[in-house]
Design a protein around this ligand. Structure first.
Ligand SMILES: Nc1ncnc2c1ncn2[C@@H]1O[C@H](COP(=O)(O)OP(=O)(O)OP(=O)(O)O)[C@@H](O)[C@H]1O
Ligand SMILES: [Mg+2]
Length: 594
């Protein structure tokens, strides 16, 4: 898929796959007994309510002419009992269905989140994170109405409709037929707007997604925005996106608004016909209709249109929900490209030999980043990667943890192809410190312990001491229990690096990967850190990436990476004596410092 951006609409599905609704049914099925109970309760309530017009008809046609006070009082009390029963049933429905609706939403949201955690880096590389968030939060929320009220209301309304038609037929067949004439008209309206309405809601969801993507991006980039005084331009972009969203929403609801008035209009027309014909039949010489029957019937007519009106509302919310459901299930169905192969085995305890065997890799088709890379790192040695920006150093180390699949070739650890082992068993034996390490909200202790949940406080402190982070942490107001916020914005860049460094060490890995681990740390601290590390790195294979050559001079092997290949390899001295690219780089840094 091409990379998506905040100003790029996602691809719209052409026709709706009914399978999506079946999948929704899968989430609903654990609650089917409760929902059936609610439906039965609602149906008995509406069945009883439907008796009320008959009670009135009896009062008018029988008890009043016969001046039967007892009959009138008993019928009145029955009406009251029916009203109370309906009220209790309605309250029970609202409460139960709200809980069920929220439970289903929780289950769907959990499934998306769990799936998102498994999706590979490439998924996140390809789209704005705001577009992912909107699916987990807003789209799932938008199903709330459909799930809590829509489904039960629809089933009860459909049954009600059937009941009412039966009662209407019982009252008068001719009047019922007049009333039913309105339904084909309504069906014509539905058919006429269906496609446009679906498309309008799809577009609306896209615009909402774009807007969310831009908001998320703006918040993440707020410091740069403010330092380059870009607020006005950003506001313009925001207004544009928000305007598009508003327009799309207005257009979509316009279609929804067609349904309600259409039902009202059709009901008005049929009811007028009903009165005209009804009065004619009452006034006809052979009086084929009584006033009581017409009054009772007109009471049913209003009840006949009420469920149709809610069904029309349900139809609207179904179309709206479908545009969200598509996106929700699309996320859940997103293939996990980096996953355990069939029959994957546990990675045995790693000794530390890492071999790249003719590895080719590209992030995007047609743009090769690593071109037939081969090298073997012996256990326990320190390998360093240097080279120009964008050469592929981070890419190489990302492949060792299998964050991406290679295009061709193999990566072997202790002779085992990492493509054939479980990802969990592989990654738990590695300590990775990424170039853009992340600090999570929580205490510093929690952040370091991220590397190994089982580590004791003492082990955390020991790791911090090794990377020379202990001193600054101890000076913070609550030491290791000082709260830091997401991305660690209250820490300096070097402090963030040290915490991430300690986190990588705490995993007690056999293979340690440090990508620009000390680039923001002053040279004095780095020197101290190196001393502590030398002891610790013994027996572990480590891959260190650094632009500052002083950091990696002591590595057992230095590889100079450029244009997707290994240009030079050897020890610091060997490479210097070659007087090649490494030598040039070294001299430029030396000159720079001199
Ligand atoms: N997620 C990605 N999607 C597409 N291309 C990428 C991605 N990450 C990196 N690249 C491209 O791959 C190439 C190698 O990137 P890499 O991050 O490995 O470089 P690097 O050697 O680590 O550079 P630096 O020293 O700046 O960290 C670059 O040209 C970059 O544009
Ligand atoms: Mg890099």
């Amino acid at each position: 898929m091409a990379r998506n951006r905040y100003d790029m609409d996602e691809v719209l599905e052409d026709s709706f796959d009914v399978g999506q609704l079946k999948r929704l049914a899968h989430y609903i099925s654990p609650y089917k007994h409760k929902m059936t109970g609610v439906i039965i309760l609602m149906l008995t309530a509406s069945g009883l309510t439907m008796m009320v017009p008959i009670f009135f008809q009896r009062i008018m046609d029988i008890y009043i002419p016969a001046r039967d006070m007892r009959g009138i009082v008993i019928t009145g009390l029955l009406t009251l009992a029916v009203a109370c029963y309906s009220a209790v049933a309605m309250r029970f429905k609202i409460k139960t269905m709200s809980v069920i609706g929220q439970n289903i939403i929780h289950a769907i949201r959990t499934d998306i989140f769990n799936h998102l955690q498994e999706l590979p880096f490439s998924y996140y590389d390809d789209r704005p994170h705001g577009k992912i968030q909107v699916r987990v939060v807003n789209y799932v929320n938008s199903l709330s109405d459909l799930l809590s009220n829509g489904i039960v209301n629809t089933i009860t309304d459909l049954c009600n409709l059937l009941f009412i038609i039966l009662f209407m037929l019982f009252c008068d067949v001719r009047l019922t037929l007049v009333c039913l004439c309105g339904l084909p008209l309504l069906a014509a309206v539905v058919v006429f707007i269906k496609r446009k309405q679906r498309r309008a809601w799809q577009i609306q969801s896209n615009k909402q997604s774009n807007l969310n993507a831009y908001i998320a991006e703006s918040i993440n980039g707020i410091r740069v925005t403010q330092s380059f005084v870009r607020e006005n331009e950003n506001t313009d972009i925001f207004n544009n996106l928000s305007g598009s969203y508003r327009k799309a929403w207005m257009r979509a609801v316009t279609f929804n608004f067609i349904m309600g008035p259409s039902v009202d209009m059709i009901s008005c027309i049929t009811t007028s016909f009903l009165y005209v014909l009804g009065i004619r039949w009452i006034l006809a010489p052979d009086a084929t209709l009584t006033v009581g029957v017409l009054v009772a019937f007109t009471a049913y007519v209003s009840r006949f249109w009420a469920p149709i009106n809610t069904l029309a509302g349900f139809y609207n919310s179904l179309l709206t929900a479908i545009s969200y459901l598509e996106r929700i299930f699309e996320t859940i169905d997103e293939p996990v490209l980096v996953k355990d192969a069939e029959g994957a085995v546990e990675m045995p305890p790693i000794k530390g030999e890492v071999e790249f065997r003719d590895v080719c890799f590209s992030y995007e088709e047609g743009r090769r980043i690593l071109d037939h890379i081969s090298f073997t790192a012996a256990p326990g040695v320190t390998y360093a990667f240097v080279g120009p920006t964008g050469a592929g150093k981070t890419t190489i180390v990302n492949l060792i943890s299998r964050f991406y699949n290679v295009d061709s070739g193999q990566i072997l650890i202790d002779g085992t192809d990492i493509a054939g082992v479980t990802i969990r068993s592989l990654r738990t034996q590695m300590g990775v410190m990424m170039q853009d390490s992340f600090i999570f909200s929580g205490t510093i202790m929690d952040n370091i312990r991220y590397g190994n949940r089982e580590a004791t406080d003492e082990q955390v402190i020991a790791a911090a001491k090794t990377v020379c982070a202990h001193e600054f942490i101890s000076q913070m107001e609550n030491g290791y229990y000082t709260e830091v916020n997401e991305r660690g914005s209250r820490l300096s860049a070097g402090q963030r690096q040290l915490i991430s460094f300690a986190r990588a060490l705490l995993a007690d890995p056999r293979i340690l990967i440090l990508d620009e681990a000390t680039s923001s740390i002053d040279t004095e601290t780095e020197l101290l850190l190196q001393k502590g590390l030398n002891e610790l790195l013994k027996g572990r294979t480590s891959f260190i990436i650094a632009h500052r050559l002083s950091t990696i001079q002591n590595a057992d092997c230095i590889m100079y990476i450029d244009k997707g290949g290994i240009l030079e390899r050897g020890t610091h001295e060997e490479l210097l004596s070659q007087k090649g690219a490494y030598y040039e780089l070294y001299m430029s840094q030396y000159d720079f410092l001199a």
